[in-house]
Design a protein around this ligand. Structure first.
Ligand code: CA
Length: 225
């Protein structure tokens, strides 16, 4: 599935160019011209990244950024602010309000594409098998549509091992190695109990999602529908 980018930009020419370049890179784009259109639109649509102009008619980019983060409306979508204002205080305010990056105008479309890629790489390390599950490798945090699953380090490592290769069946032996390295002293059944806990934690926030399947007699696989 293509990553979805919402472009909020009141200058039609800039919006055109950004749409073109990002579409060419395989992103699905949507554009809005006014600040006050953003929140209503996001109530009905999910996106992976918002390219947000700072100076907008209606509501300012900073205000939108603040509201998106406060309301959780954009989930954990990344936000890149774009602006002609270059005061450091604005830049810092944007980042404080939850923007992931900041691009000063005038920019080259290529630069924007590069920054979009970098931010998505950083914020969605496993975008390939997207299901709503996100693994934050910096914080060792797994979340479902932005809700932290509260995994322990070992559970995180176990889940990551499977998520990295969706559909592959892992034996308990292999999962054990992923959890502990080669010097392990625990019994194979602990894999089962860890998997059970991970499943329970996923079920708490997403009862309908069956992400980890048991493969009888062999082990487990990560197989989101
Ligand atoms: Ca503007």
């Amino acid at each position: 599935m293509n990553e979805r980018i919402l472009i909020v930009e009141d200058e039609a020419k800039i919006a055109d160019i950004l749409c073109d370049y990002l579409a060419r890179e395989g992103y699905a784009t949507h554009r809005l011209q006014r600040g006050d259109e953003v929140l209503p639109w996001l109530r009905g649509h999910a996106v992976d990244l918002v390219l947000l102009d700072l100076m907008l008619p209606g509501v300012s980019g900073l205000e939108i950024c603040r509201e998106l983060r406060a309301s959780g409306l954009a989930g954990n979508a990344a936000i890149i602010m774009t602006t002609a204002r270059i005061e450091e205080s604005d830049r810092l305010l944007g980042l404080e309000l939850g923007a992931d990056d900041y691009i000063c105008k005038p920019f080259s479309p290529r630069e924007v594409v590069a920054r979009v890629k970098a931010v998505l790489r950083r914020t969605r390390p496993n975008a390939g098998g997207r299901t709503g599950l996100e693994l934050d490798l910096e914080r060792w945090q797994a979340s479902w549509h932005g809700r932290d699953l509260g995994l322990t380090a070992i559970e995180f490592r176990l889940l990551k091992q499977m998520v990295d290769q969706p559909g592959r069946i892992f034996s308990r032996e292999q999962l054990m190695d992923a959890m502990h390295g080669t010097d392990r002293i625990v019994a194979d059944r602990t894999v089962d109990s860890h998997i059970k806990k991970i499943r329970r934690k996923i079920a708490e926030v997403a009862p309908e999602a069956e992400l980890i399947r048991s493969v009888y007699g062999v082990g487990y696989k990560y197989a989101p529908e």
